[in-house]
Ligand binder design. Structure first.
Ligand code: GDP
Length: 406
């Protein structure tokens, strides 16, 4: 699990994998009692939203502290949520402590999973059960062949405006408080003679009362839209540049192996000379280190500048993502490159890559068959990725390179 803390002030989310199932995990501020405190009330609302959005809920209690009246209150709420609930008794660091977790059966939420997040005990058993609730390859695509596009970005970067321009009419998606209410659901559109689906999720109906809420809802919403998509159009505001949250969401899209297009919007507000775009792009590229395959397009939604180019690029990225390169084309192009710059020997062992083939996966994965796969290091894999991109494109598409023994 990668920690991606700092996305919102005190919320965390991460991307996990367990026995071949991938998932996003969102941490909430925790359940609090009824209160007059606006901030605590906001945390409570965030828990409600998270509950509504989640596929599976992990309710974490403290074995050390024992059963608390608040646990009962929250258990009552959870039973009404009608979601799979896992009651996780944390801090069960020892066998004795694990035995104590039995008292949580009183909450009536079914099995108790004693774990120790400190030493990891019990977490494997828990995850085995949790991932049974996840489908293998995310959300089913009933419109096979039609690109599913998520429009993602921080509040006020121009997402709604972009969609309005794209679709040539006002939609009711623009809301009084950015990122909090919504009435749009996935829908199929045609623009510039291309068919595509904009992925979005129903459910976030709460109004935000504090800034933390706006951020939290916008992150949750982005994650859901991202997971349901083939390609993410990430929009940033040229005045603010690439912010930490943008990098986190792009990183998440990359790890989910989604196609990615970055739009730098409000370009009309930037004072420009001949070098501005180039400097801006270089600056963003240095922050995107390792994800240099992402196309960057400078747009002004307001002036309808390069909107066509943006959607065309997103559709190209979609097509690249489902492209299959034949084994013979791969070998013809890449074996000579490998001959010119072979993998460095390790511990006196000569490493020989024999052939390359694309695996039949959703997003491009290339297997390099060789004598000693475990000896090939990251930098050489990056070299192969670059050569692969040089010959076959894959702009905007994360490609996965694996080494197999032959
Ligand atoms: P969202 O929260 O990301 O959906 O952002 P909105 O689409 O609601 O836009 C936020 C604000 O930015 C609105 O006042 C828009 O008119 C403005 N805006 C959007 N795109 C542009 C642009 O290209 N240039 C300028 N100057 N303003 C824009």
């Amino acid at each position: 699990m990668d920690d991606m803390s700092g996305v919102t002030r005190d919320r965390h989310y991460g991307y996990g994998e367990w026995i071949g199932k991938f998932f996003t995990i969102v941490d909430t501020g925790g359940y609090v009692a009824n209160t007059d405190d606006l901030f605590e009330e906001a945390i409570k609302e965030q828990v409600d939203v998270a509950l509504e959005e989640a596929t599976v809920v992990l309710f974490v209690v403290d074995t050390f502290a024992g059963l608390h009246p608040l646990d009962e209150e929250f258990a009552h709420k959870l039973r009404r949520a009608k979601k799979p609930i896992f009651l996780v008794a944390n801090k069960a660091d020892t066998h004795e402590r694990a035995n104590l977790s039995g008292e949580f059966y009183a909450l009536g939420l079914g099995d108790v999973y004693p774990i120790s997040s400190q030493n990891g005990s019990g977490t494997g058993e828990l995850l085995d059960e949790v991932v049974k609730h996840f489908s293998n390859d995310g959300i089913e695509n009933p419109d096979e062949g039609v690109p599913r596009i998520a429009i993602i970005g921080r509040p006020n970067v121009g997402k709604s405006s972009f969609l309005n321009v794209l679709l040539g009419r006002q939609r009711s998606i623009v809301t009084d408080i950015a990122g909090t209410t919504r009435d749009a659901v996935d829908a199929k559109y045609t623009a510039f003679n291309k068919e595509f689906i904009i992925t979005d999720t129903a459910g976030l109906r709460k109004k935000a009362r504090v800034k933390e809420d706006i951020e939290f809802y916008s992150v949750l919403r982005s994650i859901r839209a991202l997971e349901a998509s083939d390609v993410c159009i990430v929009i940033i505001d040229a005045q603010n540049g690439l912010e930490t949250q943008d990098l986190n969401i792009i990183g998440l899209a990359n790890r989910n192996r989604k196609g990615i297009v970055l739009l730098v919007n409000k370009w009309d507000l930037i004072e420009k000379d001949t070098n501005t775009a180039k400097k801006f792009e270089d600056d963003i590229r240095s922050q995107l280190a390792g994800m240099d395959f992402i196309p960057i397009i400078f747009v002004s939604v307001l002036n309808k500048q390069r909107i066509h180019k943006a959607i065309e690029t997103a559709i190209d990225v979609y097509e690249s993502r489902s492209k299959k390169v034949t084994t013979s084309a791969l070998n013809e192009a890449l074996l000579p490159e490998i001959d010119r710059y072979p993998p460095p020997s390790l511990k006196g062992k000569h490493i020989k890559i024999k052939y390359i083939t694309q695996l039949p996966t959703h997003s491009p994965t290339f297997a390099f068959f060789c004598n000693l796969p475990q000896y090939i290091k990251g930098p050489y894999a990056k070299f192969l990725e670059n050569k692969l991109r040089e010959h076959f494109g894959f702009e905007g598409v994360p490609v996965n390179i694996v080494f197999r023994k032959k």
